[in-house]
Ligand binder design. Structure first.
Ligand SMILES: *[C@@H]1O[C@H](CO)[C@@H](O)[C@H](O)[C@H]1NC(C)=O
Ligand SMILES: *[C@@H]1O[C@H](CO)[C@@H](O)[C@H](O)[C@H]1NC(C)=O
Ligand SMILES: *[C@@H]1O[C@H](CO)[C@@H](O)[C@H](O)[C@H]1NC(C)=O
Ligand SMILES: [Zn+2]
Length: 969
């Protein structure tokens, strides 16, 4: 899915693409909210034997497991296997007499007894089960089996089970049916069967919808809620006559019925394919849709609010879904497994999107696109999210990993191939390059911390729902994508896709562990005669079973090559043991003076390759296009040659590597492996550079300097230097756009135009501020006619609100409240945080806790936006400290964003005083951080690192900027 992580990605896209004045949201040391090993928490004993393919990468649990009753274990026993369910649900779209929104329903599950047992455990959470003759369920034998009588039933809340104890055992090989009847709350908690609301023509509309992944199907009806418990589902929905009901499979013709004296409609659905519970979806709404042409192989429908469809906001998604599906059919060499593909945009949705099989649910911003209003970044987001979710229709849905510990494979894979699918849909966008910027550089900053974790977890370490939820982090998505991309590069994309094909064939409708994929890729490698230093599994174990990645140092004088675990903070202590001593098998690709050389495998700590020595005037750059997940350092001689090359003819170095040189240098400097001034020198060629990737990379890395120094004397010279560097870029875009009247043709140019304007405006380049405030003023004078180019909106809004006062703010607020397009609302929501007036920021913070003003799904983002404004930062910090309990309790369910919140509000911390405040905050709210626990630890670690860094670098950075700002170009 696009769970938590997709949220943060959505924000990344918004901020990075759009971003702002001096300070963007992404910084080099940005710790998204990577999962911390839950050291302090006793691992609950499990029913799974610790016998998986994964060698131990974690210290053993400290608490010895005490024997427990089966219902106290978080994993289901293997005695029962579901076959099919018949589920009827009736959501009420109006509150009952107690002012509660509810749904009622019943479910029959047919299951086979695999091992004799007198106990039935089935997941059920927050459901009020009807009691029949003292029991919560009735059991029937099928196919001649006699059902034992029920002894006792109860709901075991901690493990979320309905427990059914029997008077005699179920017989192995026999088939039974368990019936339950229940009522649940249709809450606005974004999990399970929940409700979403919106206003249309002044009327409140209620949508009943679902988000099951990872463990909330059990909130909708009792079920064996584990991914390997696949079954067939027969769904029936009962709903008001003016609404439509959707589910994973095609519906039969709806019929009108009367129940409790109400005229209703009953919609039944065709049986689903054999599938996992977390991929179920059902929606009842008043939406309309647009559909693919009747002659298309697969029926594709895009559903949304009536207004959104009428305005054509679904057209782009519809246009691109067909080609992306066709791409994946070819890539997997496997036809789309279902009859139809519904995609629906929901007003309230916690993730970015969810790959429910046949009925994909999205945030509105991830599916809807409005050409006149949305930016190219919004459009890219739509294309990549659709591509990500469609990739899952095979990889994840048809073939599903057995347990959540392999989530990285599912999500990393979908993230990687989403760029291939989007590249097919938009061939001119360079999507295959943008993965480096969007996924890889960012997650390297997280994975370079001592508190990172391996991609792969052991099955028995992931038990409780909150542990499962924690896995939805940037390591899982982005590092997963990066290492699979690396693998696909070194065995070639066509061999990779052949392995995928046989993997899908062997395991369709079934479950796997990650080694099953290695096996199939190995078969494809052998068949193609590709030579590798070791089997795929052996190479990949290095990348998935130990955290982090190497920095490879190449000495071009001797040809010596060494590798070392790269740690952003060289003083941090790695207390997580690695089965491979933090050594990797590193595929080294390289260019010598413009010529690509043969790939070289570094399989030990050190090696020598004489080909990597250089003659006079030669230079070398390694890791072409950032294909491998590692950083590169060189002897100082080669660094100088690279700087000279960048300064004379930078285009001889591929564009991704120009970005990589900057990113590597800044990160190596953070790790004290090169001087900070060397890193700063990699930005000197930018006054000649017009490409997006190097600029964007420099900008993100310099953001860290802004975070640390925008309240110090370094600020002035730093601004002067950036102004000098960006002035030619500003002029370049002024020409390219014919004095800002045309939109650049190239996708990445459109992005870089945003960099040009926002950096120029924030550093005071002549003519910039007048331009943006002028555009905004025009809009204020005629609010029905916003002529600001969609790509520039965020920057223009932000810069005008920063320059303005209450009047600008209130105008933007009313535009936000009236926005009918989610992406437009998001831009305004962000821009409102740019004001420099503390009282406006404080008022805005208050709005965050009023769901009528700011939707719950957006509250934490808004606070983080405010905190990225230097003036808003202390206000936001005070705000979350004084409201922590309220935020934690009311915004916990389904939001998944505590980590982000803590991370965002504390990322500027760099003083002893702030460190102490953070410690105090931790103490005051001990045990009350939920999914933010790990982030709090990381914030402490980061604050310490910032303090050291500032102490060490402030002086030389000040001197460097001062010198460069005054020297002629
Ligand atoms: C479930 O529903 C299907 C379709 O209506 C029906 O054929 C089947 O018999 C039902 N199964 C049970 C156990 O009621
Ligand atoms: C479930 O039962 C509890 C206790 O009787 C009650 O407070 C709650 O409102 C019920 N929930 C629903 C959805 O009816
Ligand atoms: C169901 O009732 C609605 C409203 O009365 C009517 O418009 C519709 O045609 C009916 N559908 C069927 C299948 O009878
Ligand atoms: Zn996904």
């Amino acid at each position: 899915m696009g769970k938590g992580f997709y949220i943060s990605k959505a924000v990344v896209v918004t901020c990075v693409v759009v971003a702002i004045s001096a300070v963007a949201t992404i910084i080099a040391l940005s710790v998204v909210y990577s999962q911390e090993k839950s050291k302090n928490e006793a691992t609950a004993p499990s029913t799974i034997s610790p016998n998986t393919a994964t060698p131990s990468t974690q210290p053993p649990a400290t608490t010895p497991s005490t024997p427990k009753e089966p219902w106290q274990c978080y994993r289901l026993p293997d005695s029962l296997a579901p076959i099919s369910y018949n589920v009827t649900l009736w959501p009420r779209l109006e509150p009952n007499a107690d002012d509660l929104y509810i749904f009622s329903g019943n479910s029959k599950v047919v299951f086979k007894c695999v091992k004799e047992t007198d106990l039935i455990l089935i997941h059920s959470n927050k459901l009020n089960l009807t009691t029949f003759k003292e029991h919560h369920a009735t059991l029937t034998g099928l196919d001649g089996a006699t059902a034992p009588t029920v002894k006792k039933t109860w709901l075991e809340a901690p493990t979320q089970y309905l427990v059914v104890q029997l008077n005699s055992p179920l017989q192995a090989g026999s088939i039974y049916e368990l019936f339950t009847d229940f009522v649940g709350e249709l809450a606005d908690d974004l999990g399970g069967f929940y409700r979403s609301e919106y206003i249309e023509d002044g009327v409140k509309k209620v949508v009943a919808t679902t988000q099951m992944q990872p463990t909330d199907a059990r909130k909708a009806f009792p079920c064996f809620d584990e991914p390997a418990m696949k079954a067939v589902f027969h769904m029936t929905l009962i709903h008001p006559q003016e609404t439509v009901a959707l589910s994973n499979s095609m519906n039969y013709d709806p019929v009108n019925i009367t129940m409790h004296g109400l005229n209703l409609t009953q919609t039944r659905f065709e049986p689903t394919e054999i599938m996992s519970t977390y991929l179920l979806a059902f929606v009842v709404c008043e939406f309309t849709y647009i559909a693919s042409k009747p002659e298309a192989d697969v029926l594709v429908r895009i559903w949304a609010r009536r207004k959104a469809i009428e305005e054509g906001q679904g057209d782009y998604a519809l246009e691109k879904t067909g080609p992306i599906l066709a791409f994946f059919e070819k890539y997997y060499n496997s036809s789309y497994p279902l009859k139809k593909s519904d995609q629906i945009a929901l007003p309230d949705f916690s993730a970015g999107a969810m790959e429910n099989w046949g009925l994909i649910t999205y945030r509105e911003t991830a599916l809807l696109y409005n050409p006149g209003v949305s930016s190219n970044g919004d459009k890219e987001w739509v294309a990549t999210v659709i591509s990500h979710e469609l990739a899952h229709m095979w990889f994840g849905n048809l073939v599903t990993t057995r347990w959540w510990n392999d989530l990285w494979l599912n999500e990393g894979f979908a993230t990687y191939v989403s760029y291939l699918g989007a590249n097919k849909a938009e061939p001119t966008w360079n999507m295959k390059d943008l993965i480096v910027l969007n996924e890889i550089f960012g997650v390297m900053a997280v994975d370079a911390l001592a508190s990172s974790h391996p991609l792969s977890s052991k099955e028995e370490d992931i038990l409780k729902p909150e542990h499962i939820s924690e896995l939805f982090d940037s390591i899982t998505y982005s590092k997963g994508a990066a290492v699979l991309r690396m693998l696909s590069e070194f065995i070639t994309e066509s061999v990779f896709s052949k392995g995928l094909h046989t993997y899908l064939e062997e395991f369709k409708y079934n479950n796997t562990v990650y080694t099953d994929l290695w096996k199939h890729l190995q078969m494809a490698v052998d068949k193609a005669g590709i030579s590798l230093p070791s089997p795929v599994e052996v190479i990949m174990n290095r990348w998935i079973l130990q955290m982090g990645f190497p920095v490879v140092t190449i000495d071009t004088k001797t040809g010596s090559i060494t590798q070392k675990h790269f740690l952003l903070d060289p003083d941090s202590v790695v207390d997580r043991p690695s089965p491979f001593n933090y050594e990797w098998y590193v595929p080294i690709t390289w260019i010598k003076t413009g010529v690509e050389k043969e790939q070289y495998w570094l399989v030990a700590k050190e090696a020598t390759n004489k080909n990597m020595t250089l003659g006079v005037d030669e230079w070398l750059v390694a890791n072409i296009d950032m294909r491998g997940f590692y950083r590169v350092n060189y002897d100082s001689d080669n660094w100088e040659r690279l700087l000279t090359q960048l300064g004379s003819k930078h285009t001889d170095i591929p564009v991704i590597n120009r970005a990589q040189i900057i990113d590597d240098a800044f990160n190596l400097a953070r790790a004290k492996m090169v001087n900070t001034t060397l890193a700063l020198r990699t930005t000197k060629f930018l006054h000649e550079e017009v490409e997006y990737m190097p600029w964007q990379t420099a900008r993100r890395n310099l953001d860290y300097f802004y975070l640390m120094f925008d309240r110090s004397e370094v600020y002035g010279p730093m601004q002067a230097y950036i102004k000098k560097q960006v002035t030619p870029l500003f002029d370049y875009f002024k020409d390219l756009t014919v004095n800002w009247t045309k939109i650049p043709e190239k996708h990445t140019d459109q992005y870089n135009q945003v960099n040009a304007i926002s950096l120029a405006c924030s550093t005071g380049v002549e003519g910039c501020k007048n331009l943006t405030t002028g555009w905004f003023k025009e809009w204020m004078e005629n609010e029905a006619n916003n002529t600001i180019s969609p790509n520039l909106k965020s920057t223009v809004y932000c810069s005008a609100i920063a320059a303005g006062g209450e009047e600008e703010w209130d105008f933007a607020w009313s535009m936000y409240k009236n926005a009918t397009i989610a992406s437009e609302a998001d831009k305004l929501m962000y821009a409102l945080s740019c004001t420099k007036q503390p009282w406006l920021l404080n008022r805005y913070l208050k709005y965050c806790l009023d769901p009528k003003k700011i939707r719950k799904q957006d509250a934490t983002f808004t606070i983080v936006y405010i905190a990225s404004n230097p003036i808003g930062q202390p206000l936001a910090w005070d705000f979350i400290r004084s409201n922590w309990n309220h935020i934690f309790n009311d915004y916990g369910g389904g939001s998944f964003s505590f980590g982000r919140l803590i991370d965002g509000v504390t990322k500027r911390f760099s003083t002893e005083f702030e460190y102490k405040q953070l410690l105090q905050f931790k103490e005051d709210n001990a045990g009350n951080f939920g999914s933010g626990t790990a982030s709090l630890e990381q914030a402490l670690e980061r604050t310490k690192a910032n303090m050291n860094w500032v102490a060490m670098n402030e002086k030389q950075v000040f001197e460097w900027f001062t010198k460069e700002a005054s020297s002629p170009v």
